[in-house]
Design a protein around this ligand. Sequence first.
Ligand SMILES: [Fe+2]
Length: 464
Amino acid sequence: MDFVKQRPTVLVVDDEKMVLRALSRVLLSSEWDLATAESGAAALEILARQPIALIISDQRMPEMSGLELLNKVKELYPETVRIVLTGYAEMDVVVKAINQGEVYRFFTKPWNNTELIETVKTILSTWGEKKDQLSVFTDQLSRANLETVMALAEAIELKDYYTKGHCSRVRDYALRMALALNLSESFCRDLVYASLLHDCGKIGVSEATLNINGPLNGDQYREVQRHPVLGFEMTCKIEYLRPASIIIRQHHERWDGKGYPDHLKGLEISLGGRIVAVADTFDAMTSSRPYRRALGFKKAIQELLNNRGTQFDAGLVDLFVSLLVNESEAAGSREARRRLLLVGVTAEKVAELQRLLPSTGYELRAADTLAAARLLLEGVDMIICARLLQDGDGASFLTECRRLRPEIIRVMLIERQEIEALAETVTQAGLYAFMIRPLKPAEVLAMVENSFEWRRMAKALHFD
Ligand SMILES: [Fe+2]
């Protein structure tokens, strides 16, 4: 994944606006970016969003002192160089902090401008090299972390059968927005963790409630509504998931304050939380659930637009919609007819689908056996395969297709009572979805349209 390379950023923290302004004037430079915060808490929020090369903090601040802040920074972001600004009165504490390696150096107020700038330049000149060595190590770590997160995300999907593939699609959509906004690498990484795990709290919700085939009653709804807090509690204890845990907690908050669990409003909701809310809702609307059919992409987009400024951050909805529309127009102009292979579907259903799908956009092929299906694979975009056929089982066939032709979208046709037994197959065969018999042509059309849109976007993001 290529992230946007950034210049180093210097973060200046002081509760007095005048001092902050003076420091900003002195430190304005074309060699680095400058960020400011008026409290320790605000500084930590900035650090959670973007990498900071150097932090310069005032010592005397209400709520969280400079040394308390720098101690936290040392713990959470050890690669950030820490400088404290202090008065003579507190020299003892500061010297002790330097001796214990908590801060790199201190400046007394009033500071000497030239000396301050020289120090910043020296620190930042070696920062690039140090970061390269560090990045090899952190790359390995991040890969291991990502694998753990992916495994956990798959475990959640196994519990909530209907959400198969949902987490990865939310990740794709969310990341797409973050990249368009030019957000930092660390922000994107936390966003990936959070979107894959946004529903991990559902592990604490009973399976019976999650898989109810119909609308929920009050108690069941309240039980499901606990999942953002449960997810937050699970992830905030894991150090590398701490920034993601905030997003997980906030993914059901609404811009107008009517969401849950904390009823946050507007910019009180973190940017990550607002992004995942749009991505999650959009994917939920375009996927079929047991109690309602999927909306088409156009209707789902309209629904997002209807809720801009109430449920969602209006700016993010506009951005997301423009990304979807541009991508879809670009892809539409170069895409040829879509080839669908139906395996083990009755001739009657095939004929019905043939009538429904516009012949200009679709080419339908059908096979009764796996042997025949293998011969028809060339150029196929999507397979809808029954579970049992005369010459073998559909699950192994789809797993084989995943290995040989991973680009083909795979869907399995099953009976309702088979859902539970098939959880493992969904993962092994990397299914996009499964469809429950009897096959309803209109549902096939909605799913086919959505799956192709989804694939276009996954392609644009270079995933899988
Ligand atoms: Fe959720």
